[in-house]
Design a protein around this ligand. Structure first.
Ligand SMILES: *[C@@H]1O[C@H](CO)[C@@H](O)[C@H](O)[C@H]1NC(C)=O
Length: 444
């Protein structure tokens, strides 16, 4: 008997669904494995700086010309990015380290936090915006703190550059910080007037925390399950404002006050999100302000994806210098090797890994591209004048590798920070690592 028409249609649908599921999984598998051979170039542009080990984030405070690193000797026992953990071994506390960028190569210095004695396992760092061009007397630093077996929280600290001292101010908690990793302060006027805490964005690296059984599936199938959260400092309230991210590992402010760049490690993309007013009904809320205790109307960001750079690499870091307009990304050369290193370090944090986990630093450069071309190519020699040909060309980012390294000298990258060179001068880039001692200071 001939198969019925409906059976044929059903098999065709089943085959299509199968392909639709298989292809993205295969693509992610290739992405995480990386190339067979990792190229080596550009390492001569870097010098290694000593000081901290096991760092999860590096940021540059550009007014002060200081690099700040969040580092934790307990990181090998609980690495959120690699999903390895044995919290019983977490004995030592982490710290913030400061690097004077006016003295290239001078060792970074460890900072102690005055008036703070709780457990401290720092991840993402951000600074409140500083209005003056000169040297601020005090900088508000916010850092994500992963206390074992608790929901991560955000510590608000004051840094006084003249005394090189760091002082604890307060702690911000929210049920939405479930797997918080990175944080980006905004320029919103919603600043707490009593202590200058700015409003901020924050990413969760996973949709489920490490004690939730669903996390195994999230890891195994690389599910896009994580979220972005916004904290309004005057309302003292957080809300989810972005969903379905595939392991975001970096978050920084972009050009507009409520816009951010996010690196999605397992999607192989860098994504630009901007806030829009999409629905007053859903975005506006009347709250009692945390400072004056009066009624206050607040607006939650309505985040829309404005640009996606498909880098086809496992991006762990991104940074943007709005003055120099420098956009820099950091990615793993072979992500699966990094996972192997993480497993071996969990067993013995001083062990020499059996595989190498390299990295690539790239710069995103804008080129004019002809509108309507399906596979646009940069036209490097053309001088772009948007006034003259507004409709025929648009500017598009192209991500170009500047340093590629197989991990033999430095590997297991965790974050990147850029101090953009003005008027064509070289960019200064700091690269931190989860498992190397020290970090890199590069110019290109
Ligand atoms: C992790 O998630 C589970 C289930 O969602 C919850 O019961 C638990 O309290 C959470 N633990 C932490 C430390 O956030």
């Amino acid at each position: 008997m001939a198969p019925s028409a409906s059976l044929i249609v059903l098999s065709a649908v089943a085959a299509l669904v199968g392909i639709a599921v298989y292809l993205p999984m295969q693509r992610t598998k290739t992405l995480l494995e990386g190339p067979a051979l990792v190229e080596n170039f550009g390492m001569e542009k870097c010098q290694r700086v000593s000081g901290p080990s096991f760092c999860d984030d590096v940021r540059i405070q550009r007014n002060l010309n200081l690099g700040f690193l969040a580092c934790d000797p307990s990181l090998p026992y609980r690495n959120f990015a690699a999903s390895v953990f044995d919290e019983s071994k977490m004995k030592e506390n982490g710290a913030l380290w400061v690097y004077d960028m006016t003295k290239p190569g001078s060792p970074a210095e460890k900072l102690t936090i005055k008036n703070f004695d709780g457990p401290f396992h720092p991840s993402g760092i951000t600074f409140a915006p500083v209005s003056a061009d000169g040297t601020p007397a005090r900088v508000v630093i916010m850092v994500v703190n992963h206390v074992p077996l608790e929901i991560p929280r955000v510590e608000v600290l004051y840094y006084y550059p003249a005394r090189k001292s760091l002082v604890y101010k307060k702690t911000i908690s929210s049920e939405y910080f479930i797997a918080a990793n990175k944080i980006a302060a905004t320029e919103s006027e919603m600043v707490h007037p009593n202590d200058d805490t700015p409003s901020f964005f924050l990413t969760n690296d996973h949709g489920y925390n490490i004690t939730d059984w669903k996390r195994d599936y999230e890891e195994k199938y690389n599910l896009p399950a994580s979220s972005m959260v916004y904290y309004n400092a005057r309302a003292d309230k957080a809300q989810e404002v972005g969903w379905r991210f595939q392991m975001p590992q970096a978050l920084v402010s972009a050009d507009d006050s409520e816009s951010v760049w996010i690196s999605q490690a397992k999607a192989g993309t860098l994504d630009l999100y901007k806030s829009h007013m999409l629905s007053e009904e859903h975005q506006q809320e009347e709250v009692i302000s945390a400072d004056t205790r009066r009624r206050l109307k607040i607006t939650w960001p309505g985040m829309m994806n404005e640009d996606t750079l498909n880098t086809k690499s496992v991006n762990v870091g991104v940074d943007y210098d709005p003055i120099a307009k420098s956009l820099v990304a950091l990615s793993h050369a072979k992500y699966n090797n990094y996972l192997q290193v993480a497993k071996e370090k969990l067993a013995d944090k001083d062990a020499k890994p059996s595989v190498q986990s390299g990295f690539v630093v790239s710069k995103a450069v804008m080129y004019p591209v002809r509108v309507g071309e399906t596979r646009p190519k940069p036209q490097k020699d053309m001088v772009f004048d948007p006034e003259e040909r507004p409709r025929r060309y648009r500017l598009q980012y192209f991500v170009e590798p500047r340093i590629s390294h197989d991990g033999s000298e430095f590997g297991s990258p965790s974050a990147v920070a850029v101090l953009g060179g003005k008027d064509g001068a070289a960019d200064r880039v700091l690269v931190s690592s989860h498992y190397e001692s020290g970090f890199l200071d590069c110019s290109f």
